[in-house]
Design a protein around this ligand. Sequence first.
Ligand SMILES: Nc1ncnc2c1ncn2[C@@H]1O[C@H](COP(=O)(O)OP(=O)(O)OP(=O)(O)O)[C@@H](O)[C@H]1O
Ligand SMILES: [Mg+2]
Length: 469
Amino acid sequence: MSLNGLPVILVVDDDERNREMLAEALGQAGFEVETASAGMEALNKAGAVAYDAVLSDIRMVPFSGLDLLDSLHKTTPEMPIVLLTAFGSVDTAIQAMKQGAFDYIPKPVNLDELILTMKRAVEYRRLIEDNRSLQQAFSERPRAASLIGQSKKMVEVFKLVGKVSRSRTAVLIQGESGTGKELIARAIHDNSTRAANRFVAINCSAIPDSLLESELFGHAKGSFTGAHTTRRGLLEEASGGTLFLDEVGDLSPAGQAKLLRVLQEGEIRRVGSNESVRVDFRIIAASRRNLADLVAAGRFREDLLYRLNTVTILMPALRERPEDIPLLAEFFLARYGDQKEVPVTSFSSTAMKSLVGYSWPGNVRELEHVVERAVTLASHAILSVDDLPPAMLQKTSGNSKHAVMFPGTLKALQREQVLKMLESTHGNKERTARLLGISRRTLYRLLERYRADKIQPSVESDVQGTVEP
Ligand SMILES: Nc1ncnc2c1ncn2[C@@H]1O[C@H](COP(=O)(O)OP(=O)(O)OP(=O)(O)O)[C@@H](O)[C@H]1O
Ligand SMILES: [Mg+2]
């Protein structure tokens, strides 16, 4: 708090124009603002002054926003830190939240959103100061999850993943088929303190009622014909780790009742045994169908829903985030394209246009299959429209509602990949070049070109992939 009672924010950015712009906007919104032009400078300042909040860019060299977060979190864990970055990559979003960032704002910055966030940060700081309960620093090694997505909707999902990873809250993941529900469940587990223990997935629609009990609870030796040995059930296997209940909406009424009891009591009894065993698992459930609707229809227990949906994550359909399609397509191409004798390396621009314009009822899984199939059929290094399923093209062309403009896709993707890699190596050009498999000279040439491009404002939109209805 400054002398005149205003909350004080430290704005950190090595780009002077950005720094001034942020400082001015926050100043007008009623904050007192100080600035730093480098991570180290910020660290020194924050050591001397108790700021109400810090707003920092992530991409700074050599001391990045994440480094700053890390250091400040150790010395002054009560100081909320909000991070900014141009490339809303999954890794940084999850990493930032996991390392304890208060929030994460993707560029280009929406000033209203920024101001709201900073107000919340300052309030949070007050709350903490009031009851002096410092939260624990979260120190878990990061895991590389192959989660792709840069759209606003997915960045929100990744933020949530980072947040819920730090607790053992029950999480319900809802979304259409193929949107990545299971992948998200695994990401939560992998980023949690339970990562060293098991992730046990149960597909509730695949277990018949007659087997449910022994599958879930295990059985004692001799409890029924064929039970020659004592067997631990899946709930016991998951103890210490995470239990993933896939398609939980398909659980029978009997199954729902049994599950509810376990969640209430925290213990199970093997079939044919009188002994209870304590189980401690984190529960993540997923459903294609809306559970609230099932409750309304009398097909799902409301009390069970309340045990499952402490936090709900809604997976957006792929057609709601077309800007993720090129990224995902390139990702799957890299996965399957290398396996061929003549590697398949890219998409023709019309092929990419078709992919972006399609409505993807099967979401990411369908996209993955389309790319895999195209790679199998392709006779060239570049995938063309002819390699895509004819049925898909019919739905794309002539449907002006889905017509999409996607200028300079490949160049933009390459540029994005390069800058992302540079960010993840904290600006180390030699490592970046090595990781990208290009010479340092090539890297310098590319960076030179991006810098030149930046002068022409129209190119900037390439990065996000402009989608016009
Ligand atoms: N954001 C993403 N990044 C990379 N791969 C993804 C992403 N989302 C989904 N996938 C891939 O798409 C496929 C489908 O994902 P997943 O199985 O998690 O979907 P789901 O929502 O559980 O589908 P269903 O409801 O049909 O079970 C998987 O191969 C997964 O790896
Ligand atoms: Mg699934």
